[in-house]
Unconditional design. Structure first.
Length: 153
């Protein structure tokens, strides 16, 4: 099984959508391996969004991401990175398909509800950025046999 990072952004927190978004992941069958609310800092944002530091919108992005605390999630499941990305939809919410989290809950390219890791490698780095090792839990939910076939886990 893979573990991936999800950040529920300030737009999610401010609009009271955290429970609805988390509920979708739980109903899909993803396992919550870690969850916490944190206030982002310029330092962590500079590290997390290093690939965007030279973009003209970077200061606006940082301001947006520090508006409220965020909820960081580590979600586990078979092909978790791919599954979560498919559930999330494209970055610009106006272009995201209905049925995706961004397609159903957003209207903005910037205030786009959620961040998700884009690869297994990125997920490992990002999880380590937001969670200490003792904040990630490995357990087997009793529902697992109802979520996956025997040959999938």
């Amino acid at each position: 099984m893979e573990t991936t990072l999800v950040l529920l952004k300030p737009s999610t927190i401010s609009r009271g959508l955290s429970g609805a978004v988390l509920d979708r992941f739980c109903k899909k069958g993803l396992i919550i391996a870690g969850v916490k609310m944190i206030q982002l800092t310029p330092e962590i944002l500079s590290e997390h969004y290093a690939h965007l530091k030279d973009k003209p919108f970077f200061p606006i992005l940082c301001e947006s991401m520090m508006r409220t605390p965020i909820i960081a999630l580590a979600l586990r499941g078979v092909d978790a990175v791919e599954v979560v990305r498919a559930m999330t939809g494209v970055t610009n919410c106006r272009k995201a398909q209905p049925g995706t989290i961004r397609g159903d809950f957003g209207m903005s390219g910037q205030e786009n509800i959620i961040h998700t890791s884009d690869s297994v490698e990125s997920a490992a780095i990002e999880i380590n950025r937001f969670f200490k090792p003792d904040e990630i839990f490995d357990y087997t939910p009793v529902t697992l046999p109802a979520i996956y076939g025997q040959d999938e886990i």
